[in-house]
Write a protein that binds this ligand. Structure first.
Ligand code: ADP
Ligand code: ASP
Ligand code: MG
Length: 408
């Protein structure tokens, strides 16, 4: 049986001192009688270094051998963490994906966890040997190592916690989930408790403190999460609890502001006003797994025609434009724009507030920030703006929606 899965991100295992400090946090939980399992990321900067290495040989993200290179980052930190725990007199051993039997499917660089045979790990924990998992990886049906996408160790940790019926503590370099990225807005406030729904939406809109798919799995499997600082002394971390909405006393309208840089938009001018055309365009993008956001369709100047526009991740623009060459319906012209970012305000109560859009336009307008596209849903409102205005926009929205705290 495992009570707590403790995940340590790159900055929490960045060097020998950080690994030892994180090992001290593990030792402190073990001393309280908790049965723990540990999941680690690669040392800070290591995954980027490995990507660059693979690229020297033409190995891009999404290639099988690139995945094999990338998985070594976590292999090293898992073994170092096991050694650091042993240094403290604890028993520990590392588990690589093929030893922990975490199975995945899907493409290299973006694999999905499909199964986890928990016996070996549970036997280790039951024998008092702390299992230390290399995060971010699994093995496919051909026993090849696959990685889970950037930030994927969060997903490893949540999936392991779900399978072991344990709580999941995510240790990182901030002491919880804030109302926005505290590196951009010093007035951001730490949130004591947040619902799975709000957390998922913040993550999906760019709050990288939790990888989106891990937030998705935490919600789907109802895994209780905490986000904590690995820089705090044992027992002193305050953190944020991510819970079922029912467990949260404080009800707020807006929970936070998130942003995603490097967006692009594609505009199809003068397509005929026929839903089959939009279906063809978005169907073709979906077929090649390109995520589309912020879709707007409006009447064009020529009678019976419409303009259709949507945003995609900047890195997908090339592929999306290639798809559009075939699947553009009967659009007269296709144009695109880059250097965009998306800022989003997230809150379960947003739909109860009639003036959300006015606040957004006023806040951004007062800073001279041009809103290119706006989209709303029940729990968020997003605007597409220029990339270089993103920090100013985040701060303006944070203040306009009443989120500013004492800091700064
Ligand atoms: P790790 O390496 O531990 O996985 P990450 O760098 O992936 O850490 O995530 C932590 C970072 O997330 C913080 O340093 C912070 O800059 C950023 N961040 C973005 N949005 C938020 C937010 N709403 N609350 C807290 N941190 C945030
Ligand atoms: N090391 C991987 C990355 O940098 C996975 C992770 O840190 O979660 O994306
Ligand atoms: Mg991360």
């Amino acid at each position: 049986m495992v009570d707590i899965v403790m995940k340590f991100g790159g900055t929490s295992v960045a060097d020998a001192a950080r690994i030892r400090a994180s090992a001290e946090l593990v030792a402190s939980e073990a001393a309280r009688g908790q049965s723990v399992a540990v999941v680690v990321s690669a040392m800070a900067g290591e995954t980027d270094r490995l990507i660059a290495l693979a690229e020297q040989f033409g190995g891009g993200l999404g290639e099988d051998e690139t995945d094999t290179v990338l998985a070594t980052g976590e292999q090293i930190s898992a073994a170092l963490m096991a050694l650091a725990l042993r240094e403290r007199g604890l028993k520990a051993r590392s588990f690589q994906a093929w030893q922990s039997a975490i199975f995945v499917d899907g493409p290299p660089g973006d694999a999905r966890i499909s199964g986890f045979l928990t016996e070996a790990v549970e036997a280790s924990a039951d024998a008092g040997v702390i299992p230390v998992f290399a995060g971010f990886q699994g093995i496919d049906t051909e026993r090849r190592v696959r990685t889970l996408g950037r930030g994927g160790t969060d997903l490893s940790a949540v999936a392991i916690a779900a399978a072991l019926n344990a709580r999941c503590d995510i240790y990182t370099d901030v002491d919880g989930v804030y109302t926005t990225d505290p590196r951009i807005e010093p007035k951001a406030r730490r949130i004591d408790a947040i619902s799975h729904d709000e957390m998922l939406e913040l993550a999906a809109q760019g709050a990288k403190v939790l990888q989106t798919r891990s937030a998705e799995m935490a919600k789907a499997r109802n895994v209780p999460l905490r986000v904590l600082s690995s820089f705090a002394k044992p027992g002193e971390a305050r953190g944020t609890s991510v819970l079922d909405a029912g467990g949260i006393a404080e009800r707020r309208i807006v929970s936070g502001v998130a942003y995603t840089r490097d967006q692009a938009r594609i505009i199809l001018l003068g397509a005929s006003d026929n839903p089959a055309i939009a279906a063809e365009i978005f169907g073709a993008l979906a077929d090649v797994n390109i995520g589309v956001d912020m879709i707007v369709q409006g009447r064009a100047r020529d009678a019976g025609t419409v303009n259709i526009e949507f945003s995609v991740d900047r890195r997908e623009l090339g592929r999306a434009m290639t798809v559009m060459e075939d699947a553009h319906g009967d659009a007269r012209e296709i144009i695109h724009e880059t250097d965009l970012a998306k800022v989003s305000v997230v809150g379960l109560g947003l739909n109860r507030r009639a003036d959300v859009a006015r606040i957004l336009f006023r806040a951004l307008g007062s800073k001279g920030i041009d809103v290119k596209v706006i989209a709303t849903s029940e729990i968020r409102i997003s605007a597409l703006i220029a990339n270089d205005a993103v920090e100013q926009a985040v701060r303006a929205l944070h203040s306009a929606y009443g989120l500013d705290g004492e800091g700064g």
